[in-house]
Write a protein that binds this ligand. Structure first.
Ligand code: GAP
Length: 478
């Protein structure tokens, strides 16, 4: 399905209106590229996080989870290469004082060109970026007469690298030795704990360590809602393997992750694709993005990286502590190689909402028009699973409805509502993405049956109220 930008703006408005995502500190006009999750967004995010955690740590016998601190010893980031290499090439327009990430500036210009011209420009850019040819990139911008959107001029500075890490001071005295960073990735918390986990868990290679948590990047150009944020959450897994087996495990994890995105997240296969990295990060010998077709085009959702022994070797060198494993099967000591899977939780939320959001219109039997906005979030991920709605506020119907909810309490989140017409209540549940709605009416008092309505098809059927819980449980078990 393709979207126009209006639909994307509608989706952003919908996410706010229905308690999914708010701008951070909105009463102070917000903070750029920082967002808060509301009651429904926080639950959706938790459901996705739990689904990932379950797949990694319960469906794989040899993967365990940890929770490392956000603050780490500053030498960590020297060893990982982030102090020296974690930067984006930027250019400033002297007239508007506006700073651009050069790839974003060139990509935006490419969108105004014909298909072939755009492809040639992007390919030239990628080749120059791969060579870190900053002067060449500036020349490309000038040769293509790429202007600043604000000043309309080509009065550009040289292209410079800007480090993306946020720094702060530890303790009360601010000097160079007290500078620490907010982690730009969760992975390093895993690497520095490799031996702790391997020894205390008696782990045998191959094995994995998984972690979810906040990461921070001073993105100069933050855009596209929760796609590129300054504070975001990652879900990363480092898989420690024998050197030489990296190709085989890289392919294994590529296949596993695509399977997860389709089977657990419910994304249609045609909205996912692989995109090989042209420019490899400083730590990788192979890398691929799992891209999702967002409302604004194909963009990275997850990275799968063959990180070699770069990180462990570097931590060994900087810490002067051996980061080795004795492999009893081959009687050898070695620094393990690593395959990493790294997915952004906020991007998964955005992909889920993009895939679920639909503005539907149809003609009813009597010829009149009807419409709804619905979030077709897969039942296993939906924040609320079941709405229980008494037809009226009297005749004992609310009590029966509350009894049904009491029977489901602790198994999955339910929602009770008795205000407004049943049609309006169904529409609200559609908008929130609740997959099942049960209506209690006068017949319920006679024979114990209720009407169950299915969000996606809007079809209804009569079932006994004792069947409701089982039906929902069956649908949310993946
Ligand atoms: N440890 C490897 C690593 O951090 P990455 O490709 O830089 O690799 C992994 O990031 C994932 O984190 C991305 O695929 C994306 O989903 C998410 N991510 C990265 N930067 C982000 C940002 N500014 N806002 C939201 N998500 C981001």
């Amino acid at each position: 399905m393709s979207y126009d930008s209006n639909t994307f703006q509608n989706l952003i408005g919908h996410a706010k209106e229905y308690g999914y995502i708010f701008q951070s500190s909105e009463i102070y006009d917000g903070l750029a590229a920082v967002y808060d999750y509301g009651q429904n967004g926080a639950q959706l995010k938790k459901n996705i996080r739990d689904a990932w955690w379950k797949t990694m740590t319960q469906l794989n016998d040899n993967i365990v989870g940890i929770d490392a601190a956000i603050f780490m010893h500053p030498t960590t980031w020297k060893a990982s290469g982030h102090v020296d290499n974690f930067s984006d090439p930027m250019i400033d327009n002297r007239d508007s004082q506006k700073r651009y990430r050069v790839d974003h500036l060139i990509e935006a210009h490419a969108e105004t060109l014909g298909k072939d011209e755009a492809a040639a420009l992007i390919s030239a850019m990628e080749q120059l970026l791969a060579k870190d040819d900053l002067a060449g990139i500036k020349q490309l911008i000038i040769d293509n007469n790429i202007k600043c959107a604000i000043s309309g001029t080509c009065n550009w500075t040289d292209v410079r690298q800007f480090n993306l890490m946020f720094s702060t001071e530890l303790g009360s005295v601010a000097d160079e030795s007290s500078t620490i960073y907010l982690r730009p990735e969760t992975a390093q918390g895993i690497f520095v704990n490799f031996l702790n986990v391997q020894k205390t868990g008696r782990m045998k290679i191959p094995f994995g360590i998984a972690q979810t948590g906040k990461a921070f990047r001073n993105e100069i150009v933050a855009r596209q809602f929760i796609f590129r944020m300054r504070e975001f959450e990652q879900m990363e897994m480092q898989y420690f393997i024998r050197p030489g087996s990296q190709k085989e495990w890289y392919e294994h994890w590529k296949a596993e992750r695509i399977k997860w995105h389709t089977q657990v997240m419910g994304f249609p296969a045609e909205r996912l694709q692989f995109h090989d990295h042209v420019k490899l990060a400083h730590y990788a010998d192979a890398a691929v993005d799992v891209e999702f077709n967002f409302p604004f085009g194909w963009k990275e959702l997850e990275g799968i990286h063959s990180r070699t022994d770069f990180d462990l070797k570097s931590h060994q060198e900087y810490s002067k502590k051996k980061q080795q494993y004795f492999d009893t099967e081959i009687n050898q000591n070695y620094v393990p190689y690593v395959i990493e899977t790294s997915v952004g939780l906020d991007r998964l939320v955005l992909a889920t909402l993009s895939n679920a959001y639909a503005e539907e219109k149809w003609t009813k039997e009597d010829g009149s028009e009807d419409s709804r906005v619905v979030l077709k979030i897969p039942a296993n991920l939906a924040p609320t699973k079941l709405a229980v709605l008494p037809l009226t506020k009297k005749d004992g119907l609310p009590e029966i409805a509350r009894d049904i909810i009491a029977g489901c309490r602790g198994s999955f989140p339910c929602f009770y509502e008795e205000k407004d017409s049943i049609g309006k209540r169904y529409r609200r549940m559609d908008a929130i993405g609740t997959p099942f709605a049960v209506t209690v009416d006068h017949q319920t008092k006679e024979d114990g049956t209720v009407t169950i309505r299915y969000r996606d098809t809007m079809t209804q059927e009569r079932i006994h109220m004792s069947e409701v819980k089982g039906k929902v449980l069956e649908a949310i078990t993946v």
